[in-house]
Ligand binder design. Structure first.
Ligand code: HEM
Ligand code: HEM
Ligand SMILES: [Fe+2]
Length: 466
């Protein structure tokens, strides 16, 4: 095994551990909706939510890094250049995460001084880490980029997938600079912040996961490189064509010029197209191989990724992307419903598929199957769909009572939050959240057993330990 692949395993283990932290924080945040006085004066909802969504971003990034460090040496058939530095950076990232999480949990808020930006929180939703840690993250990404580019140069190998990946790393790095606030005008500030959030999840990350899934597909179903690369180019063309100006669907109500209504409405309505392409591709690949595959969990999670991305991002995003509808749904639990479904489908399912492929290779497992992954698969997917449903109902109650009937006043906001549809929606979300958490526990147990449980019958058959 290459050194880079050992680092990959470390990254993936850390990522899936943080996935657990994220779920715990999510459950606690959900409990605040049911019992608003919870932990009064000790821990506030905003901090718990920050922990939830920042952990999400960090563990997804760690998962992507892990996947790339795993597949890259196989792609170029040599060790990754600068792997020692990459190892150091892994520990830097873990240490920074722990310190930041402790500061979030124990200190929570600071005075309105620059020192708060440096030491406690930069106030950027999804990337709230204080400035020192954000600089650390930039260094980690810079080393990651160096590793990939230097390895490709040294190996004198450039495949289509690798080329796309390298080009994509540039916006991944540059957009993160948006995590550093410099603007005091609120409208301008939001204008730029959306470049980070929207262009990461609806462009840069989509390309990144498409590259990683391309490598995964070649291993999972022996799909020829020619086919995955052709699909990769089509997806990227469509993602870029719709996603960049689709940014406009966040510009309706923040003080930007009116032409964003048309631009945002039109281009973001096209955004589901590349996602349909992914579904077609996945079904086509599996059909060609008659669903035969030695790693069924990875195959099913890849399907979940294709369908989840299409429904969560494409359908649920499309539902509220036109300004005429967004006027009523903006910033309600409807948005949260889409956020959960889309992120789940676009990134988490893909990362789970990848980790099954990596573990099967790492542990030399010829066959990955068994009952446990199916339980995890069912509980996690039912859990998320149930949460998404509860949130959608709560969001609809807000859109009707608060926006359409109440005219968006503070009083109508409070009335909507007290409506039985909203309250029950929050209970449904919490209940399905518990189901989701159970699914996570089974997933981790199953991942730990990949390759190990298959060995037992083989050994018995060979008469060892009988
Ligand atoms: C590709 C994966 C996607 C992910 C991970 C994702 C995730 C999210 C998240 C987390 C938010 C909430 C942002 C916030 O206010 O904190 C959001 C908002 C939004 N998304 Fe997506 N999204 C994706 C794709 C799409 C697509 C394809 C569309 C349209 C077709 C779309 C339309 C929207 C709209 C209109 C909002 C703003 C909602 C509001 O006004 O409150 N998204 N998305
Ligand atoms: C046990 C499971 C989970 C529970 C109980 C949970 C709960 C929550 C809660 C209470 C919030 C705050 C919403 C608000 O501000 O009103 C939230 C936000 C969020 N969660 Fe989760 N979550 C869970 C799992 C997940 C997963 C698996 C993902 C990603 C795939 C995710 C992604 C997000 C995102 C993107 C937001 C921000 C959405 C927005 O502000 O529009 N969560 N979650
Ligand atoms: Fe967006």
């Amino acid at each position: 095994m290459y050194q880079s692949q050992k680092l990959a395993i470390r990254y993936l283990v850390a990522a899936f551990a943080l996935f657990g932290v994220m779920i715990a924080a999510g459950l606690l945040a959900a409990a605040f909706y049911l019992e608003p006085g919870l932990l009064f004066d000790k821990l506030n909802f905003s901090t718990v939510k920050i922990l939830h969504i920042d952990t999400l971003v960090v563990w997804n990034l760690m998962g992507f890094f892990g996947a790339v460090y795993w597949f890259l040496p196989q792609e170029v058939e040599r060790e990754v250049v600068g792997i020692r530095l990459a190892n150091v950076m892994f520990w830097v990232l873990c240490a920074a995460f722990l310190v930041v999480a402790a500061v979030f949990a124990l200190v929570q808020t600071g005075p309105t001084r620059d020192s708060t930006l440096w030491l406690i929180n930069q106030g950027r939703k999804y990337v709230e880490a204080p400035r020192w840690a954000a600089i650390g993250i930039l260094c980690v990404v810079a080393v990651f980029m160096f590793n990939i580019v230097a390895t490709a140069v040294k190996a004198r190998r450039m495949s289509g997938v690798l080329g796309v990946l390298i080009v994509d790393l540039v916006p991944l790095f540059v957009l993160y600079l948006d995590a550093f606030p410099s603007e005091t005008n609120m409208a301008k500030d939001m204008y730029w912040w959306w470049w980070l959030v929207h262009l990461w999840v609806e462009a840069t990350w989509e390309v990144l996961i498409a590259c990683i899934m391309a490598w995964t597909l070649m291993r999972l179903l022996d799909t020829p490189r020619r086919i995955v690369e052709t699909w990769l180019y089509i997806t990227i063309g469509l993602v870029m064509g719709s996603g960049i100006l689709g940014l406009g669907h966040h510009y309706y109500w923040i003080g930007t010029p009116k032409y964003w209504f048309d631009l945002g409405g039109f281009f973001s309505a096209l955004e589901p197209l590349p996602l349909i392409g992914m579904v077609v591709h996945a079904v086509y690949d599996a059909g060609v191989h008659r669903m035969r595959c030695s790693n069924r969990p990875a195959l099913y999670w890849m399907f979940a990724e294709a369908f989840g991305n299409f429904f969560g991002a494409g359908v649920f995003g499309f539902m509220m992307t036109l300004p005429q509808i967004n006027l009523f749904t903006h910033g309600t639990q409807w948005t949260v419903s889409h956020g959960h479904f889309a992120w789940w489908g676009a990134y988490v399912c893909g990362l789970i598929s990848i980790v099954y492929v990596v573990l099967a290779q790492a542990r030399d497992a010829r066959q990955v199957d068994g009952p446990l992954w199916k339980w995890a698969f069912a509980l996690l997917n039912l859990g998320i769909v149930g949460m998404v449903g509860g949130l959608l109902i709560a969001g609809m109650a807000q859109a009707f009572y608060e926006r359409a009937l109440g005219g968006s006043t503070l009083q109508s906001f409070i009335t909507a939050q007290g409506s039985s549809w909203f309250v029950e929606g929050m209970w449904v979300r919490a209940a399905f959240g518990v189901m989701f958490a159970l699914g996570y526990v089974l997933l981790v147990v199953d991942l730990a057993r990949v390759g190990r449980r298959a060995a037992a019958p083989e050994l018995r058959a060979a008469g060892v330990g009988a």
